[in-house]
Write a protein that binds this ligand. Structure first.
Ligand code: URA
Length: 221
């Protein structure tokens, strides 16, 4: 099953600024600080793309001239819970918080365990999770820069389920791959993905190819 099979739920963001930053993130010559700042900028842009798809209400306001003007409000804008997958998602979350400054935040630490060679043998083990109570009218945004095998996201989903039943769950990633998308989208029918690229390959150690390398190491050294 390819990422195309989930059309309508997979949003590949083609904003030229986001794609320019992605090019710099992929480039092996990009230094640590530029990389981390690039992740922050992309987090903000992904946040704005999520907002673009949120329901709006029409409202009327009175201007200082005493005249009525039509406008909109976004009722769900302040009902956001961001789940920060440590440590690689930290700069991405910093950017998302610029779009959703009132978001509540959950954090999760997940370790990859490679039992033997082969993508299907890579497991994600949760060793710390703290999530606020999630209400029925909340939107959950999971931040994980690389959607590779999908194991981490499936672990996060377990935690989200324990914390409540949100209105919507969105995943934000920088680069995703077909394998992980198919796995997550099939397991969690209503989840949506916002990503800058879908790469085809996943190597036997679970790294996305061409990808950008290890997102945590590149941000934090
Ligand atoms: N995590 C990363 O940081 N990079 C990959 O390519 C896959 C998982």
């Amino acid at each position: 099953m390819s990422a195309g099979s989930f059309a309508g739920r997979v949003h590949v963001i083609d904003h030229p600024l986001a794609q320019t930053i992605l090019t710099s993130l992929r480039d092996r010559r990009t230094d640590q600080i530029t990389f981390r700042k690039g992740m922050v900028k992309v987090g903000r842009l992904l946040g704005y793309e999520i907002i673009r798809r949120m329901p709006v209400n029409e409202v009327q306001v009175e201007t200082p001239l005493g005249t009525s003007a039509k406008g909109i409000s976004i009722p769900d804008l302040d009902r956001i819970v961001i789940v920060n997958v440590l440590r690689a998602a930290m700069p991405l979350v910093e950017g998302l918080l610029k779009a959703f400054p009132l978001a509540r935040q959950g954090v999760m630490a997940v370790q990859r365990v490679e039992e033997k060679e082969g993508v299907e043998n890579i497991r994600a083990v949760r060793y710390f999770a703290k999530t606020p109570v999630i209400n029925a009218d909340d939107t959950v945004i999971i931040a994980d820069p690389m959607l590779a095998t999908g194991s981490t996201i499936l672990e996060v989903m377990e935690e989200v389920r324990k914390a409540g039943s949100p209105k919507k769950v969105m995943i934000t990633s920088i680069i995703s791959c077909e394998y992980g998308i198919a796995r997550v989208m099939s397991a969690v029918p209503s989840v949506e993905l916002f990503t800058l690229a879908v790469d085809r390959e996943l190597n036997s150690r679970g790294y996305i190819v061409p990808g950008l390398g290890d997102a945590g190491d590149r941000s934090f050294g």
